[in-house]
Design a protein around this ligand. Structure first.
Ligand code: AFD
Ligand code: MN
Ligand code: MN
Length: 430
């Protein structure tokens, strides 16, 4: 069984070259924060305790509806995906879990897979079911829907698949299943909205009933695509209604790309939390729709505002607030490992900025309706360069000072291009 891909020496000698300069930058930021009443060590400790899961599918190159352009050395199965995720974790120290997707990541022996991941320094996060595609040899097609299909045999097959995912997840040490369905309509009149939701709720209740103790079912909504007129779980309203009807183990998962343009996602975070239903988060970024671009690449301010609400939520927990944070991106034009490294840093950075908001000042300004000072409390944190905190936390946890530089220097992809078989062409959004 393979151990972690990098040796501690490789990382250590890379970091040695950077340490003096980093200490200087860290100390200077520490003094600046101290003057604002913020203890840099406490912020660093919070960053060190923060982690996000990687999507197993994010380690391969994604595609668009038009094409996929694979790169040599891409992972071709879950074993190779785990290896790549282990590289990300070793360099970033912020991504210790992988969220698998079934049947894409199917294997014979899940106990062995769990051990394989552990040897690489990884554990498993929420399992994802897939009823938005047909698989070879499948008895019934999902072409007309899955959990909300009109045909009871299709619904039964989709429910059984979800229950199988839970069983696999149990063996992998997961504690949650994320359910996203492509069910919906492309034409007005195509679907009876009420009846489709009823069928979804009935199917979802069967999955819910199969949850082991301590498990959660995370409902992921999405406004459009693959259905372009209406989707069954289209928005946070449909999602929370479904989660409330299902019961306490059902919560909502917010994917940053799954909303109408300009929707106030940070407010959705606060709303869902108010009712104890904020269960998970998929980080990515977008300019136009569900673009699945890299986190913080387009709208870093939104990412910061989302974290501001998440930290408010953390400070006022309701019903065991414990959101499953995950990256969910489609890396179409970059090396997926580099994108995940860059995104992990962007997400941790947004978290760190939100962690240095002067919350007393913010709350006081809110209470006294001092609009400008409330805004300044956020702005003061947002404009602070927290890079030295994130970098120091990463190095102290055994990660690399400059993860992408070390990744390039280690020649990982070139080596894998020799070892791994090429992946096929073909389009497909992942
Ligand atoms: C979808 C969703 C989701 C799902 C994924 C599949 O964001 O989380 O599992 O894509 O690739 O758009
Ligand atoms: Mn998602
Ligand atoms: Mn998506």
């Amino acid at each position: 069984m393979n151990g972690p891909p990098l040796s501690a020496d490789q990382i250590g000698s890379h970091n040695d070259r950077r340490l003096d300069a980093l200490r200087d930058e860290y100390d200077s930021l520490g003094r600046a924060l101290d003057r604002r009443g913020v203890d840099i060590e406490a912020v660093k400790a919070r960053v060190a305790g923060f982690s996000i899961a990687l999507p197993s599918w994010g380690s391969g190159r994604g595609g668009t509806r038009f094409a996929k352009f694979p790169i040599p050395g891409e992972p071709t199965d879950i074993h190779e995906k785990l290896e790549d995720c282990a590289v990300v974790q070793q360099l970033s120290r912020a991504t210790p879990r992988v969220s698998p997707h079934f049947p894409w990541d199917k294997v014979e022996d899940y106990a062995a897979l769990r051990q394989e991941a552990a040897a690489l320094g990884l554990a498993f996060d929420a399992v994802n079911s897939n009823t938005f595609q047909d698989q070879p040899g499948q008895a019934h097609s999902y072409r007309s829907g899955s959990l909300a299909a009109t045909d009871p045999a299709v619904r039964a097959q989709a429910v059984a698949h979800n229950i199988e995912c839970i069983e696999i997840g149990r063996q992998l040490g997961s504690r949650a299943i994320t359910v996203w369905v492509g069910d919906g309509a492309n034409f007005p009149g195509q679907q009876d909205f009420a009846a489709a939701l009823d069928r979804y709720l009935e199917s979802a209740a069967e999955i819910y009933a199969a949850l082991p103790d301590g498990w959660r079912m995370l409902l992921e909504h999405k406004l459009y695509e693959p259905a372009f007129y209406a989707t069954v779980i289209s928005d946070w309203g449909s999602s929370i209604l479904a989660a409330q009807q299902l019961g306490p183990k059902a919560q909502c998962l917010v994917d940053l790309g799954h909303h109408a343009p300009n929707v106030n996602i940070e407010q959705i975070v606060a709303r869902l939390h108010r009712f104890g239903k904020l269960g998970g988060f998929h980080f990515n970024d977008s300019k136009y729709g569900d673009d699945d671009l890299d986190s913080g690449a387009i709208n870093p301010h939104q990412l910061f505002l989302v974290f501001n609400e998440l930290i408010e939520a953390e400070a006022r927990p309701r019903d065991g607030f414990d959101p499953a944070y995950m990256i969910d991106q489609s890396h179409n034009v970059t090396d997926p490992i580099e994108s995940m490294l860059s995104s992990a840093e962007a997400i941790a950075g947004a978290f760190a900025k939100a962690a240095i908001v002067d919350r007393n000042a913010l709350h006081a300004a809110q209470d006294s309706n001092d609009v400008m000072m409330a805004f300044q409390a956020l702005r003061g944190a947002y404009r602070t360069d927290v890079t030295p905190i994130v970098e120091m936390a990463r190095i102290e946890a055994g990660g690399a000072a400059d993860p992408i530089a070390l990744y390039r220097a280690m020649g990982w992809r070139e080596r894998k291009a020799q070892e791994r078989k090429p992946v096929g062409l073909g389009a497909g959004i992942v």
